[in-house]
Design a protein around this ligand. Structure first.
Ligand SMILES: NC(=O)c1ccc[n+]([C@@H]2O[C@H](COP(=O)([O-])OP(=O)(O)OC[C@H]3O[C@@H](n4cnc5c(N)ncnc54)[C@H](OP(=O)(O)O)[C@@H]3O)[C@@H](O)[C@H]2O)c1
Length: 164
């Protein structure tokens, strides 16, 4: 039993989101902003794999899944799982909260939208001494972006070794 448990390999869990100044991420089931290049960044990240043939397992909340434009699908290199309590009962915790607390979660891609938006959905607070903001991260533009008059910055928070 222990041997088989040891064979189970941790697959990294990554969160990706964009949050405005008050950590808002959504309003009325949609994104509060329209930032096509920022959205393209999300698509690039969720469809990129370490080598051909690999796939990312994308876990979506039901509302988020149904709010994505139909022409988005299929997403390259992705297998999608949509959570709903009508299908599978888990806890009431926000999806992101569950992922953040998971030992296999190592990275948070969190775009900092430097503006105020009226939101009804928020990214959960997380411990920034556990998940540390990276100065630079491979594949992530360093410089501040500007689109539709809104400034934003791609950020990556990495879990410090020792926090599992
Ligand atoms: N800015 C960003 O980066 C970003 C990213 C993602 C989403 N958003 C925005 O955030 C909003 C959606 O987020 P949300 O939190 O309101 O909704 P959501 O997580 O997309 O969907 C919530 C629903 O998903 C199901 N669900 C979630 N966690 C579950 C669990 N642990 N077990 C079983 N079912 C589970 C439940 O469906 P049932 O009701 O069917 O039980 C729940 O009502 C939208 O406005 C979206 O545009 C923004």
């Amino acid at each position: 039993m222990f041997a088989s448990q040891e064979k189970v390999q941790g697959r990294p869990i990554r969160l990706i989101a964009a949050a405005c100044k008050n950590m808002g991420i959504g309003k009325n089931g949609r994104l509060p902003w329209t930032l096509p290049m920022e959205f393209q960044y999300l698509l690039d990240k969720i469809s990129s794999v370490s080598r051909p043939g690999k796939k990312n397992l994308l876990v979506w909340g039901r509302i988020c899944w149904f709010s994505t434009p139909e022409n988005l699908h299929p997403i390259d290199n992705a297998v999608n799982v949509v959570l709903s309590k009508t299908i599978r009962c888990a806890s009431d915790l926000h999806l992101a909260q569950k992922a953040l607390a998971h030992p296999w979660c190592d990275l948070i891609y969190l775009t900092d939208i430097m503006a105020d938006f009226d939101c009804d959905t928020f990214f959960p607070g997380f411990d920034r001494s556990v998940y540390r903001l990276q100065d630079r991260f491979p594949g992530v533009p360093d410089e501040c972006q500007q689109e539709c008059g809104i400034r934003y910055k791609f950020q990556v928070f990495k879990k410090e070794l020792g926090y599992r």
